[in-house]
Ligand binder design. Structure first.
Ligand code: ADP
Ligand code: MG
Length: 906
C-alpha cells in the first residue's frame, strides 16, 4: 500500500467482455457514502450510486438467470475507541499511535517518531463519533438496500477490546443513545414493513472452532450450511427462525442470544472474543401494484387470468457479523489451548483474510470452501450483497502491530467489488393459498344456491298442487249443486203436471172448451218452464267448461314452472363445470409445488450426503429441474409425467405469443423471455419455434413493452453460436434495426443493442452482419445517448473489432476494418474517454484491436485515434489493456513513423 497518499487501484469490475443483457431500469439509491478515492479513472460514484431496480415487469424473477448486476464495492469505515482508564494511566506519556483526519477521510499511523503512513478509508470515525452517527454512516445504506430486496452485510473486524461488540451489539438499555447497529437496524426495518403483507424473521448464531451453534436454542450446536450454487444463496435449515413483529420481542431475542452466548462460552471455557456471532434478518416484502384485483363473484375470464397471476415478492437478507478478535492466538498454549485447538480457533478468520486477498487481487481461485465463516459469507464478499465493514482500533502505541494489521485488512477489503442483485421472485405459495380460498368460497356459494333452488322448486310444486286440488274441489261442488237443483226443479214440474192432469180429469166435459184453452195456456207455460230449465242446464254446462279451461291453464303453468326448473338445473351444471376447471388449475399448481418441494428435498438430501447438487430456486426453474430429474431417475412413471409437463408447458406458452388479448401476449412474451434467460431452456425454445415467434413479434406488434421484452429474449438467445446464425438467417438484423428506429424507451434500445452486440462476437457472421446493416444500426442507436445503451454498443464494437483482428492476424481478412468502412471510427474516438467505465473500457479494447491491423493505421491517425492509444498505453487503470496498447503501438510501422515524424519520443 502506498504511503503518504491515497492512490491505489479499485477492485476491478469482474464482468467479461461477452456480457449479457438485463432488464434493470430506473435508478434509485440511498447510498450516501462518498468514494474514498480521488483518482479519475476509478469512478466509484457512478458505480456504487447507480443502484438499479428491476422494472415492475422485470424478467429477473428470483430464479431467472441474470448475470448482470450493479457494481458495489465493499465500503470500509475505521472507528477509533477512546482511551480507557488503564491506557490513560499507562500511556500517559506517549502519544496515540494513530492520528485521524476525518474531514480528509484519512488515518495516519505512526511508524516512529519521525515518520507516518497515511491511509484513506470510506469513513473515518473518531473516538467522539456517536453510535447514531456510526449507524447512519456504516449501516443505514445497507439496511435500506435490504428493505428494497438486496442482500446486505455489516461486519466488525478488529483486535479484542477495540469496540466491535460495542459498535454492533449494544442494546442501549442503560442509555438509549448507546444503542448499537443491530438494535437500530431492527428498528428501521420494523418501521418500514407492513405487518399484514410483509414478514421479518431472525436467526442468531455463534461460530466457534468450526462448529455452528444456535444462540436461540443452544442445545442445537451442529447446524449445517446449505449453499445454492446457482443463486449463491446460503441457508441454514437447522437454525431457529423467529418471526419478529415488534421491537420489544426483538430486544428480548437479542438479550436471550447474548445470555446463551455467555453461557456457552463459560461452558466451553473460552472467551466470547474467540467466537464469531452472526445475526441473520430475513425481510420478505410483497411488491405493491402487482396484487391482482379481487375476483368477482362469477369470475369472468379476465378476472380469472388476473387471479392466476402470482404476486411478486422481494427477499432481502441482512447479516450482521461480530467477528472474533483479530489478534494472533498464542500457539504456545499459554491460554490453555493445544496447538490443534489454536489452529482451529483461527481457521475461519484466517480463511476470511485469504478470500479477501484473493478477491482484492482478482485471482482466479477464491478459497471460499476453506472455512464455515467464508461459506456463510460467500454472498458478502465477491457476491451479490451490499457489504459494509467497520474496522475497530485502539489508540495505544503498545498495540501498534495489531492496529497496523487491522488497517491493512480494511485496505484490502476496500478493493473487493460485489455485484448487487435484486432478490425478486413470484410467490406461488400465496397464489395457491389465495386460489384455495377462492375455490372454497365458490363451493360454499354453489352449495347455498343449490339449496335455495331446491327450496324454490318445492315451493312451486306445492303451490301448483294446491291450486289443482282446489280447482278440482270447486268443480265437483259446482257439479253437485247443479245436479241437485236440476233434479229438484224436474220433480216439481212433474208434480205440478200431475196435479193439473188430475184436475183436468175431474173437470172434463163441463167447461171443455174453456179448459181446452186453459190447457193450451198451461202447455205454453210448461213450455216456457222447460226452455228455462234448458237454458239453466246450458249455463251449468258452460260453468263446467269454464272450470275445465281453468284446469287446463293451471296444467300449462305447471309445465312452464317445470321448464324454469330445467333452466336452473342447466345453470347449476355450468357452475359445476366452472368449479371443476378451477380445481384443475389448483391441482396443476399444487403438483408444481409438489415437484418443487420434491426437488428441494432431493437436493437437500444430496447436499447433506455431501454430493454436489442444485437447490431449486422457484417455479421459474422447474423445467430445467424436471429435465435433470429425467436424466437422474430411471423411474419410468415419474419421468413420463415430467416430460409431459415440459412439452405441454412450452408449446402452450409459445402459442400464447399470438393470443388476441394484448395482456396475455405481454405476459406470455415475459414468460418466454424469463425461460430464455436460462441457458438450459434456450435450445428447447428455438426448436419449438420460439425464436421465429419472437422475431415475428418485433415485426407485427406495435406495443413497445413487447418489443423491449422480445428483444431482451432474443439477446439472451443470441448468446449461443447456433442461434446467432439462425437470427441472421431469419432477417433478425433488419427487424432489430426497425425496432430500434421506432423505439422511444432507452431500455428497448439497450435490449436491441445487447442482441446485436452478442451477434458481433461471432467470427463467421462478420460480413453478413455488416451486410445486413448491423454496424449502421449501431450508429443509429447511439443517437439516444443513454449510457446503458452506449455501453452495449461499445461492447458490440469491441466484439466486432476483436473478431476482425483475429481474422486479419490469421490472414483470412484483408483490407480496412468494416467498422471504419461504415464510418464508426469518429464515434469510437469520441467515446474513448467516456466518463462511464463500461463504455470506456470496451472502446479502449476496440481501439487496441483495430490498431492491430496495419491497414487501419492511416484512418486511425486521421481521426485522432493515435492520441487515444497513446493515452490508453499510459493512463488506462487496467494493466492488461495498458500493455496491449503499448505493444500494438510499438509494433506498427505506420504509428512509429507518425510519432517519429511528430518528433514524439515514445
Ligand atoms: P470487542 O468486542 O472488540 O472485544 P468491546 O465492544 O467489548 O470490544 O469493547 C471493549 C470495551 O471498550 C468495553 O468496555 C466497551 O464498553 C468499551 N468501548 C468500546 N468502544 C467504545 C466507544 N466507542 N466509546 C466508549 N467505550 C467503548
Ligand atoms: Mg466482542
Amino acid at each position: 500500500m502506498a504511503s503518504g497518499g491515497g492512490i491505489y487501484r479499485n477492485g476491478t469490475h469482474r464482468n467479461s467482455l461477452k456480457g449479457t443483457t438485463t432488464t434493470a431500469t430506473a435508478s434509485v439509491n440511498s447510498n450516501p457514502s462518498k468514494p474514498a478515492v480521488k483518482n479519475k479513472s476509478s469512478s466509484l460514484v457512478g458505480a456504487s450510486s447507480a443502484l438499479r431496480k428491476s422494472s415492475p415487469g422485470s424478467l429477473g424473477g428470483g430464479a431467472a438467470k441474470d448475470d448482470a448486476g450493479v457494481p458495489g464495492r465493499v465500503r470500509v469505515a475505521v472507528r477509533l475507541r477512546p482511551r480507557n482508564a488503564e491506557e490513560s494511566v499507562a500511556d500517559a506519556d506517549f502519544a496515540d499511535c494513530v492520528e485521524l483526519q476525518p474531514e480528509l477521510k484519512r488515518l495516519k499511523l505512526r511508524k516512529n517518531n519521525w515518520d507516518t503512513d497515511t491511509y484513506e478509508f470510506d469513513e473515518v470515525l473518531t473516538e467522539f463519533a456517536s453510535q447514531k452517527r456510526v449507524y447512519e454512516v456504516v449501516a443505514k445504506p445497507v439496511v435500506e438496500g435490504v428493505l428494497d430486496g438486496y442482500n446486505g452485510t455489516i461486519m466488525a473486524y478488529g483486535q479484542t477490546g477495540t469496540g466491535k461488540t460495542y459498535t454492533l451489539g449494544r442494546l442501549g438499555e442503560e442509555d438509549t443513545a448507546n444503542r448499537g447497529i443491530m438494535v437500530r437496524a431492527m428498528e428501521d426495518i420494523l418501521a418500514e414493513v407492513t405487518p399484514e403483507r410483509d414478514s421479518v424473521s431472525v436467526s442468531y448464531l455463534q461460530l466457534y472452532m468450526e462448529s455452528l451453534q444456535d444462540l436461540l436454542d443452544p442445545t442445537n450446536d451442529n447446524i449445517s450450511i446449505i449453499e445454492d450454487h446457482k443463486s449463491g444463496d446460503v441457508s441454514l435449515p437447522g437454525a431457529t427462525l423467529v418471526e419478529i413483529r415488534d421491537q420489544q420481542s426483538c430486544l428480548e431475542l437479542l438479550r436471550l442470544g447474548e445470555a446463551h452466548r455467555h453461557a456457552a462460552n463459560t461452558k466451553l471455557n473460552t472467551e466470547s472474543s474467540r467466537s464469531h456471532a452472526l445475526l441473520m434478518v430475513h425481510v420478505k416484502r410483497s411488491v405493491k401494484g402487482r396484487e391482482p384485483a379481487h375476483p368477482s363473484e362469477n369470475g369472468n375470464n379476465m378476472n380469472m387470468a388476473k387471479s392466476l397471476r402470482p404476486p411478486l415478492v422481494r427477499k432481502g437478507k441482512l447479516v450482521v457479523v461480530d467477528l472474533a478478535g483479530s489478534e494472533r492466538i498464542d500457539k504456545s498454549g499459554n491460554e490453555g489451548h493445544t496447538r490443534e485447538e489454536a489452529k482451529s480457533i483461527n481457521l475461519s478468520l484466517s480463511a476470511l483474510g485469504k478470500c479477501i486477498n484473493a478477491l482484492a487481487e482478482n485471482s482466479a481461485h477464491v478459497p471460499v470452501r476453506d472455512s464455515k465463516l467464508t461459506r456463510l459469507l460467500r454472498d458478502s464478499f465477491g457476491g451479490t450483497a451490499r457489504t459494509s465493514l467497520v474496522i475497530t482500533i485502539g489508540p495505544s502505541p503498545r498495540h501498534r502491530g495489531e492496529t497496523a494489521s487491522t488497517i491493512m485488512f480494511g485496505q484490502r477489503a476496500m478493493k473487493v467489488e460485489n455485484m448487487l442483485k435484486l432478490k425478486e421472485e413470484f410467490d406461488y405459495k400465496s397464489l395457491a393459498q389465495r386460489l384455495d380460498i377462492q375455490l372454497d368460497n365458490l363451493i360454499m356459494d354453489h352449495e347455498r344456491k343449490e339449496k335455495a333452488f331446491e327450496v324454490e322448486i318445492g315451493r312451486i310444486t306445492t303451490d301448483a298442487q294446491n291450486r289443482i286440488s282446489e280447482a278440482e274441489r270447486n268443480y265437483a261442488d259446482a257439479m253437485e249443486k247443479e245436479r241437485l237443483k236440476y233434479q229438484k226443479d224436474y220433480m216439481e214440474s212433474i208434480k205440478k203436471f200431475e196435479e193439473k192432469w188430475m184436475m183436468n180429469q175431474q173437470n172434463q166435459g163441463s167447461v171443455r172448451k174453456e179448459q181446452m184453452i186453459h190447457t193450451a195456456e198451461e202447455v205454453a207455460e210448461l213450455n216456457i218452464l222447460l226452455s228455462k230449465e234448458t237454458s239453466l242446464r246450458k249455463e251449468a254446462e258452460e260453468e263446467v267448461n269454464n272450470l275445465k279451461s281453468q284446469l287446463a291453464q293451471m296444467k300449462m303453468s305447471e309445465a312452464s314452472a317445470n321448464s324454469e326448473i330445467l333452466k336452473l338445473r342447466k345453470m347449476l351444471e355450468g357452475e359445476i363445470s366452472q368449479k371443476e376447471k378451477l380445481e384443475g388449475e389448483i391441482s396443476m399448481l399444487q403438483s408444481q409445488l409438489l415437484h418443487l418441494s420434491f426437488e428441494a428435498d432431493e437436493t437437500r438430501r444430496r447436499l447433506d450426503r455431501g454430493e454436489p447438487g442444485k437447490v431449486t430456486g422457484g417455479l421459474d426453474s422447474l423445467i430445467p429441474q424436471v429435465k435433470l430429474k429425467l436424466k437422474d431417475s430411471g423411474n419410468g412413471e415419474k419421468a413420463s409425467v415430467a416430460k409431459l409437463f415440459e412439452q405441454v408447458g412450452l408449446q402452450k406458452i409459445l402459442s400464447l405469443l399470438e393470443a388476441e388479448d394484448a395482456d396475455v401476449r405481454i405476459h406470455a412474451v415475459k414468460v418466454v423471455a424469463n425461460l430464455a434467460a436460462e441457458e438450459t431452456n434456450q435450445q428447447k425454445i428455438v426448436e419449438a419455434g420460439g425464436l421465429k415467434s419472437l422475431l415475428m413479434l418485433l415485426g407485427n406488434s406495435e406495443d413497445e413493452t413487447i418489443h423491449r421484452v422480445a428483444a431482451g429474449a432474443i439477446a439472451n438467445l443470441a448468446m449461443n453460436e447456433m442461434n446467432q446464425e439462425l437470427i441472421i438467417a431469419q432477417g433478425g438484423i433488419s427487424l432489430l434495426s426497425m425496432t430500434a428506429t421506432n423505439a422511444k424507451d432507452p431500455q428497448t434500445l439497450r435490449m436491441v443493442a445487447g442482441a446485436i452486440a452478442n451477434l458481433c462476437g461471432n467470427d463467421k457472421l462478420q460480413t453478413k452482419l455488416r451486410g445486413e446493416g448491423g454496424v449502421k444500426a449501431f450508429l443509429g442507436i447511439v443517437k439516444c445517448g443513454h449510457p446503458d445503451v452506449l455501453a452495449q454498443v461499445a461492447r458490440g464494437i469491441a466484439n466486432f473489432a476483436k473478431c476482425e483482428s483475429r481474422a486479419s492476424s490469421q490472414g483470412s481478412k484483408t483490407g480496412r476494418s468494416l467498422l471504419i468502412e461504415d464510418g464508426a471510427l469518429p464515434w469510437i474516438v469520441q467515446n474513448a474517454n467516456s466518463d462511464a467505465p463500461p463504455i470506456r473500457r470496451h472502446i479502449e479494447l476496440a481501439l487496441c484491436h483495430l490498431a492491430q491491423n496495419e491497414m487501419n493505421a492511416k484512418d486511425m491517425i486521421k481521426e485522432g485515434a493515435l492520441w487515444e492509444l497513446v493515452r490508453i498505453s499510459q493512463d488506462c487503470p487496467r494493466e492488461d489493456i495498458r500493455t496491449l496498447a503499448h505493444r500494438t503501438l510499438t509494433s506498427s510501422p505506420t504509428f512509429i513513423a507518425e510519432l517519429r515524424q511528430l518528433q514524439i519520443d515514445y
